[in-house]
Every structure is written in structure tokens, then in C-alpha cells.
Design a protein around this ligand. Structure first.
Ligand SMILES: [Zn+2]
Length: 285
């Protein structure tokens, strides 16, 4: 196993920007919160760990250098911000297909909402009841896997119509495999500008549909934490172990922690705030 351990100076640069106003923004922050972030850069940090590489097929092998620092995040005109009246994350569980596929998932939507609520502490997280999406949604049987698949673009259009007025974003979950326009399958698809995402948990495990599937809540929460953060404008992360790390296979995504590294935490802090409160919150992830 290889460990990618960056020197403190290399990690400080993307955290504390060289742009004067952004650096001042960081240093004006209260000491406690700067300590959480700053301590994370040290090699022996108890909160944050360096990235481990187990296989040549790991995403980090092909993407070794971090490029998305706080400055590029903050300067992105298209990143989304919550506002009064638009600060609720909606999780639409059980996107079902009538007649073709009637088996509902064993998914614990409340558990997923609770974990997402801890992750985005300070925002409201609500689940929406299961819904049928058969009307107008294209589906197919994959010629390789012989699994039923739904066209992800149609699900996004469906979610767009159901997005409540007070939503910051809406995330749809389905147990059915998905496919995009020009690919064999996809784990999920997001529309960052529209604040929407749809994700399939069908490929997470062979026994995903069993009640005793122990990994489902962590996998689901990891996926939701990562994908909702993309809607805030965060990008895949190469600095330290972080839920925003990219992954090219399931084993790799399972290794990612259910938490943000210090640089991504600082990005989210500038959008949502409450780092200190977040770490005081019960069941924080
Ligand atoms: Zn990160």
C-alpha cells in the first residue's frame, strides 16, 4: 500500500489563498475553526488522514495532482449558494417504475436523511415519499448485464418538475440501474446549475436488496454527501482523505471516509458555515 503524504506547505496553499481578500477571510475566522482546519494539514492529525493507494486502478493514480483550491472554488461564478427560502435538501427515495419493475427497495430513507442532515448541519434535509416515474421515462434491458436500466436524463427531467420551491437541491435515489446518453451505465448524473441529481444504488453490492446488507447506509450517505457537495461547487479532491475523492471502482469509493478534508471543509464552510457547530452536532459524519 502506498500513502500519498503531502508536506504541510503544499496543503496550506490551496487552503489559505494567495489572493489577499481570501487570505484575510481565512485569518478573520475564529481561532477554534482555524485550528480544526490548520491541524488537518499536519502529518499526525487525528481528524484528517493522507490518501492511501491500494491498486493501480485507483482514481488517484490517474489524477495525482490537486488543482481545485479554495480560490478557484470561490471564484466560480456558477457555484450555488443557499439563501433564505432556498435552504432545504430534498431526498426523493424509491424512484419506481410501474408494471415493469415493482420491487421497492429496503432503503432506510429516514436514516439517509439523518446522516445527510448531520453532514450538512445547519440546512434542512427532508425525504419525499416513493413515486412512480414510468410515464415518459425511457428504459431498456442492457445487452451485456441483462439488467433493466432507466435513462438518467429522463429522471432528471422528472425531478425538475417535482423540485419544491424552497429546495436548494433535490436528490433522487433509485434501486434500478441507470444509463446516460453514450455509455453502458452510470452510477448517477447531476445537473449542478439546476440543483438536481439522480443516483442508482443498484450496483453497490450483489446482495443490495437483502435486509442484512450492512453497508447500505454508509454507501448511500457517502454518495449523497459527495454528490450534494458537487452542487455547492466542490470538485473531486486529491489533497487528503475526503468524501470528495474521486473513485474509479466500488472498492475505492468504500475506502473514502464519510467526512470532508480540511480544504473541502473550508469550501463548504464559505457556503454553509458552522464548522464548529457541525463538529459539536450529534452523530456528525
Ligand atoms: Zn477534500
Amino acid at each position: 500500500m502506498e500513502v500519498i503524504e503531502h508536506p504541510v506547505e503544499k496543503l496550506r496553499a490551496p487552503l489559505v489563498s494567495s489572493r489577499r481578500d481570501l487570505a484575510e477571510r481565512y485569518w478573520q475566522y475564529i481561532k477554534k475553526e482555524r485550528k480544526v482546519l490548520g491541524d488537518g494539514l499536519r502529518p499526525n492529525s487525528v481528524l484528517f488522514r493522507p490518501i492511501s493507494v491500494l491498486f493501480d486502478s485507483d482514481w488517484i493514480r490517474a489524477n495525482p495532482e490537486g488543482s481545485h483550491d479554495f480560490q478557484s472554488f470561490f471564484s466560480n461564478l456558477y457555484r450555488s449558494l443557499t439563501s433564505k427560502g432556498h435552504n432545504t435538501i430534498y431526498i426523493q427515495t424509491d424512484l419506481l417504475v410501474r408494471l415493469v419493475f415493482t420491487k421497492t427497495c429496503m432503503w432506510n430513507g429516514c436514516g439517509l436523511a439523518a446522516l445527510s442532515g448531520s453532514f450538512y448541519y445547519g440546512l434542512v434535509v427532508k425525504t419525499l415519499p416513493p413515486v412512480t416515474v414510468s410515464t415518459g421515462c425511457i428504459y431498456r434491458v442492457n445487452s451485456y448485464s441483462h439488467n433493466l436500466q432507466l435513462y438518467s436524463g429522463d429522471l432528471l427531467r422528472f425531478l425538475n418538475k417535482r423540485k419544491p420551491k424552497d429546495a436548494f437541491c433535490i436528490v433522487g435515489i433509485t434501486m434500478i440501474d441507470l444509463y446516460p446518453k453514450e455509455s453502458n451505465f452510470v452510477f448517477g448524473q447531476t445537473s449542478l446549475t439546476e440543483g438536481m441529481g439522480v443516483f442508482s444504488f443498484a450496483k453497490y453490492d450483489d446482495n443490495f436488496f437483502c435486509h442484512n446488507y450492512a453497508g447500505r447506509l454508509k454507501k448511500g450517505s457517502n454518495c449523497c454527501g459527495h454528490e450534494i457537495a458537487l452542487m455547492f461547487g466542490l470538485k473531486p479532491c486529491q489533497w487528503l482523505q475526503c468524501v470528495m475523492q474521486g473513485s474509479d471502482h466500488l472498492e475505492e469509493s468504500d475506502r473514502h471516509p464519510l467526512s470532508l478534508g480540511p480544504i473541502c471543509l473550508w469550501k463548504l464552510q464559505s457556503s454553509v458555515g458552522l464548522i464548529t457547530d457541525r463538529y459539536k452536532a450529534p452523530h456528525v459524519v
